[in-house]
Design a protein around this ligand. Structure first.
Ligand code: GTP
Ligand code: MG
Length: 197
């Protein structure tokens, strides 16, 4: 699939105020700084569409981007950034919970994990929670440009081994680099296959 248009629509601090349309939504979630907003910019080829920062905790709202006037990419705040303070953490957790569990238009959640790290408890627990609640998701291993492809493959295999211990069926996964623009076709083709199903 090619993206012919992508535009920012709205930021919301409340999930119940998100756009009232029936268009499918593909949302990006993961720890702060994992590269969610950068990936949206890479996929849409618009480097400034979603705001990014080297400092964790940049995205604090639910951001909707309309793509090809047919579906949405949704940028969510990162989880697990304790330095925000407890009140903010609670608020963000509620926002994420509400969006992930209640948003009917949410068609697939992409859980982003850093391809350089060994499986992190916070991500594994988050995926377990998704499974318990029957939320459809796929994994994206980010920042693959930061190491050799051999090391990325090693880390990804190790990750899937850990998931195999918990899951009967493994989620689809993708490897990406927003820097080198890899993984773009695979992710967009996956979205297209769901849109057409
Ligand atoms: P929050 O909004 O704070 O939750 O973070 P985020 O997940 O949206 O991360 P963001 O896209 O803002 O990126 C965080 C930092 O990582 C920025 O400095 C990006 O330039 C960098 N970054 C993101 N993706 C990549 C990548 O694929 N490769 C490299 N080398 N750097 C990346
Ligand atoms: Mg962000």
């Amino acid at each position: 699939m090619e993206i012919t248009s992508a535009e920012f629509v709205v930021s919301n601090s409340r999930a119940d105020m998100c756009p009232q349309t029936n268009l499918p939504e593909y949302a990006f979630i993961g720890r702060s700084n994992v590269g969610k907003s950068s990936l949206i910019n890479m996929l849409t080829k618009q480097p400034k569409l979603a705001m990014t920062s080297a400092t964790p905790g940049k995205t604090l709202l639910i951001n909707h981007f309309l793509v090809n006037k047919e579906w949405y990419l949704v940028d969510l705040p990162g989880y697990g950034y304790a330095q925000r303070g407890k009140k903010m953490m609670d608020k963000i957790q509620k926002l994420i919970e509400y969006y992930v569990l209640e948003r009917e238009q949410m068609t697939c959640l992409f859980v982003l994990v850093d391809s350089r790290l060994e499986p992190q408890k916070i991500d594994l627990e988050f995926m377990e929670w998704l499974g318990e609640n029957g939320v459809p998701f796929a994994i994206i291993f980010t920042k693959s440009d930061k190491q050799s492809s051999g090391k990325t493959k090693f880390n990804v295999n190790r990750y899937m081994e850990v998931l195999k211990e918990q899951w009967e069926e493994l989620p689809p996964y993708f490897i990406s680099s927003s820097e080198k623009k890899t993984g773009r076709k695979e992710i967009l083709d996956y979205i297209e296959s769901i849109n057409n199903s």
